[in-house]
Design a protein around this ligand. Structure first.
Ligand SMILES: [Zn+2]
Length: 104
């Protein structure tokens, strides 16, 4: 009987189809994650994010965001200057501890 062989063949095609789908989904997810990491370090963090970063809120709550902002500050003078301005602001985190040093 050849019917059984044909059925097995169809089953294999379905199985291979599933494998490809899973691989594509995993690959897509990895590309998405890498893309998000890369885009995250190019984006300028806003004032609130910089303050959370400075106060180590980000460090405790979101390690990957913390790393992204660290990397961003290492390459972006604009944001380093902005963080300095934020720290000098009355009531800002720098106001109470004038001896504080730059951590980056
Ligand atoms: Zn920046």
């Amino acid at each position: 009987m050849s019917g059984g062989a044909a059925n097995r063949g169809r089953a294999n095609i379905v199985k291979v189809g599933m494998d490809v789908l899973i691989i594509a989904a995993v690959a897509g997810y990895i590309i998405f994650r890498i893309g998000r990491e890369v885009m995250g370090s190019f984006r300028h963090p806003d004032d609130e994010e910089l303050l959370d970063y400075w106060n180590e809120v980000t460090k405790q709550e979101d390690r990957s965001a913390y790393r992204q902002i660290s990397e961003h500050l290492a390459t972006c003078n604009e944001c380093r200057d902005r963080l300095d301005e934020l720290r000098k602001r009355p009531g800002g985190p720098g106001a109470h501890s004038p001896m504080i040093t730059r951590r980056y």
